[in-house]
Write a protein that binds this ligand. Structure first.
Ligand SMILES: *Cc1c(COP(=O)(O)O)cnc(C)c1O
Length: 459
């Protein structure tokens, strides 16, 4: 445990896991838990700020979908971040966390009239997704000046990264105005000519799997277009460029790779004018700020063999590791094994599948991994799960959301834990399943219309 190769991140994580086990927060009564390294999150924010230091004003926003937990959002708000939201729920979470409207950016491909009215009324920055939405906002404004910036999302169509589902800049992506389609650039320029309130361009090339040169190429296309628009209008109408998020995360060891500094270096090389201060830059990173600070801990309930394969049955499956379970080649996770007292396990190894509790055969978080021999009562940890894992619950099998704790460690290795989110109770699961309407269908059959008639269906 005290080997010199142990990183500070790993030491803190091991200490937090052992503390959670010691306090019974992870154990027989609570077999699944999420843990978040608060110092790790704050270090990521610092690294982001440092990388972008320079003449250009920058507003860093956190993409709420990566971890929409209110205490996490509040921590980031206190650290000076803004917040990118893309649904009414994320918007309310961000406001509840204390972000003022001027620190929010509202992105979503399906914003309703009501949502747009709210954003316009509160001066929240909006990125419009398409020309229909642009005309809708023009009607809502009815000649008024919006108090927040309004941008148009463009799809530079630079192609996909390693994971198709994460790539938003493909030829046929559902996001933004597809810039390379015939006439699209002219239509964008025309939109800026016709709408004096339009003053930003937005491009988010993709998330995990998009290499830095691809991201830089996409942002470069948005920058070139901004230059063209401003040239055409004869003044700097476009004052802000929202360059999205999507810095990939290294899931294979404890290093941050690539870093924000690598990202900025790639962008500076490809698009030097971007940083000269003529544009306010907005970023929307999610995964890269949180992923490496999160851990899922689960008690091993049983171990068994099937067809010569060892299997450890845990409580962490598709409900907390949805992408890993459904696309294991794209989202492999590192696995750690601890004993029932929360100490890292050493000694002989075996090749084992790590299974979750869901009732389908593919509910595996790792397959054929060589790991220390696992026994019932041990704890299995899934690393780098701070973004899009325990915070993005999938309610398969009506499994409840696990509790999430934040942790900090001091120089002596002392750990302090804080509850971020309570575990969902089974009672709450039942209540969210229509409990209040338990009789609805039986009553419909008892006194509703006869089969085959539509009588009385309309109220
Ligand atoms: C998901 C998303 C982000 C964040 O992506 P990460 O890969 O988590 O950094 C940023 N902007 C938009 C528009 C997104 O949809």
């Amino acid at each position: 445990m005290s080997s010199p190769s142990v990183s500070p991140r790993e030491r803190a994580r091991d200490a937090a896991l052992s503390r959670a086990v010691g306090e019974g927060l992870l154990g027989p009564g609570a077999p699944l838990v999420g843990l978040l390294d608060v110092d790790g999150v704050l270090a990521a924010v610092d690294a982001l700020n440092e990388a972008f230091e320079g003449p250009a004003a920058v507003q860093h926003t956190f993409a709420a979908k990566a971890c929409g937990l209110v205490p996490v959002l509040r921590l980031l708000a206190e650290a000076g971040m803004g917040c990118e939201v893309a649904s009414p729920g994320e918007l309310e979470q961000a406001l509840a966390a204390g972000f003022t409207p001027d620190r929010l950016v509202f992105d979503s491909p399906a914003k309703t009239v009501e949502e747009l009215e709210f954003a316009l009324e509160h001066g929240i920055a909006i990125n419009l997704d398409n020309f229909q939405e642009l005309e809708r906002v023009d009607r809502l404004l009815a000649g008024r000046e919006p108090s927040g910036p309004i941008g148009l999302r463009v799809n530079p169509q630079v192609g996909a990264g390693a994971i198709g589902a994460m790539s938003t800049a493909t030829a046929t992506s559902k996001f933004g105005v597809a810039l390379r389609d015939p006439g699209a650039e002219d239509a964008v320029i025309d939109a800026f000519v016709r709408h004096r309130w339009l003053n930003r361009l937005h491009a988010h090339v993709g998330s995990q799997g998009c290499p830095l040169p691809l991201i830089a190429q996409g942002i470069g296309a948005a920058y070139d277009l901004a230059e063209r628009v401003n040239g055409r209008l004869g003044h700097a109408r476009i004052t802000g460029l929202d360059i999205g998020g999507g810095l990939p995360v290294n899931f294979s060891d404890d290093d941050d790779r690539p870093t924000y500094a690598d990202y900025v270096a790639a962008l500076r090389a490809a698009v030097p004018g971007l940083f000269d201060g003529r544009y306010t830059l907005v970023t929307e990173f999610g995964r890269s700020l949180l992923a490496k600070s999160g851990t899922i801990g689960s008690v091993v309930e049983y171990t068994k063999s099937a067809g010569g394969r060892r299997i450890a049955v845990t409580h962490a499956g598709a409900q907390v590791a949805t992408r890993t379970v459904f696309m294991p080649e794209s989202w492999p996770l590192r696995v750690g094994v601890f004993d029932g007292a929360g100490r890292p396990k050493e000694g002989p190894t075996e090749v084992v599948d790590i299974a979750g509790p869901c009732c389908f055969a593919g509910d595996l978080t790792a397959t054929a991994r060589e790991l220390p021999v696992i026994e019932p009562g041990d704890v299995v940890a899934l690393y780098d799960t701070g973004a899009y894992y325990f915070s993005s619950h999938f309610s398969y099998n009506s499994l409840p959301r696990p509790a999430v704790y934040g942790y900090r460690t001091n120089a002596d290795g002392q750990v302090r834990l804080a509850l971020i989110r309570e575990a969902q109770s089974v009672r709450e699961v039942v209540e969210e399943s229509g409990l209040a309407h338990a009789d609805a269908l039986v009553a419909l059959c008892a006194d509703g219309p006869e089969h085959g008639t539509t009588k009385e269906v309309a109220e």
